[in-house]
Ligand binder design. Sequence first.
Ligand SMILES: [Zn+2]
Length: 65
Amino acid sequence: MTYDRLVCANCAAPVTEGRCPVCRASRERMREQGQGPFAGLSPVMLAALLVVFLGALALLAHQTV
Ligand SMILES: [Zn+2]
């Protein structure tokens, strides 16, 4: 997503310059959206989640058989 040329409605300056709190807030929000839902998670955290998920799956399969 390109928001380089987006102009703030509050101060009429480019949002990327962050001249006012509105600019900084929208800039933060857009940055979070651009990174996706897993951007805040580290690869190690994702690997740990995967291990936990596989472990639960194995446990479930063991119980049903
Ligand atoms: Zn602004």
